[in-house]
Write a protein that binds this ligand. Sequence first.
Ligand SMILES: Cc1ncc(COP(=O)(O)O)c(C=O)c1O
Length: 363
Amino acid sequence: MPPFSLDDFLERHRALELPTNLDTYFAAPERAGTLLELPLNLPEPVVAEIGNALCKLDFNRYPAREAAALRTEIAERLRLPPSHTVLLGNGGLELIDLVLQGVGHGAAMLTLDPDFFMFRRSAAKHGVKVHAHRLEPDFALNTSAFRRTLAETAPDLMLFSNPHNPTSLLFPPCEVERLIAHAPGLVLLDEIYAPFAPEPDAALRLLERHPNLLILRSFSKVGAAAIRLGYLIGHAKVLERFSAWQSSFAVGSLALLAGRAILRHAALVDAAVRQVTEDRDTFIADMQVLPEVEALPSRTNFVVARFKGLNVAELHDRLAERGVKTVPLAGAPALAHCLRFGIDSRKRNALTLEHLAAVLRTP
Ligand SMILES: Cc1ncc(COP(=O)(O)O)c(C=O)c1O
């Protein structure tokens, strides 16, 4: 038998054309502050309770009991119907990946163009064919046109984010329900940004009527991106199929105990989220005063601003020189001329707008 050859190994295990593990990319210093985290740490009483729980943790035990407890607590808090349950994962990203792995190689997925870029990456990783329905130039979802695409593509999985990344917009729940009702396969609704929407739990009410609906949530956008904890909500029998693909004990006790403490202090955490939502609305109102800018009506913790006729790459660089981090959006014609602003503390938001006004004043 020939000895191990690194060249042979690399040849046989070719990297995916689109890398799906982007840890290094996200760790780049220029990305810091652009990952749509909350600007503030978890409230102090939550951090203190996590500390206490950590001191009492049985580090020698597998996390089965903690996981079961958190699943029950989430189901109770969201008042899920008895037919439905929760599958925990190592962040929303793991669960997106799991669903694409579960629908399987050769299956077809229908998503939106544009939508969260990791959907396509997970599909590529698992050999799932991607169809994408293009949003209207104003980013509206034309439901009759979408239903035609659904009929033409008959996807095994329909997957989109709502509130929507990258546009920050919310598709109305009644329109979403019409699409779910016409989907021939599963529907995964990525609701990572639901906490910033006016009716965060509107889609949960659809679960009982639509056993094909899965909803994705995460602790990342409520101040706990560090713990990597997300969950899928769905019919117990459907989730069982996906959990079969997950590694055992996928979420460790440290994340689970933090998740449980966050739920126990839901009122404090909700207040922090509400603050960001209010600051976002103030940011948009103040931004609208600048004649060169059209800010989209965000239902997320970021704001998409369109600068018609301006070079956004240059605008991005000039803001960066002043310490203001933005992300130029790309990937769809309607996104050209758009910059993404993450909502920060009130003080930093005001500073961002001052810098923006100054940059726009001096061409
Ligand atoms: C639409 C969407 N889905 C999923 C994720 C990933 O969530 P998590 O941090 O829970 O993996 C993000 C992260 O920004 C996102 O924007």
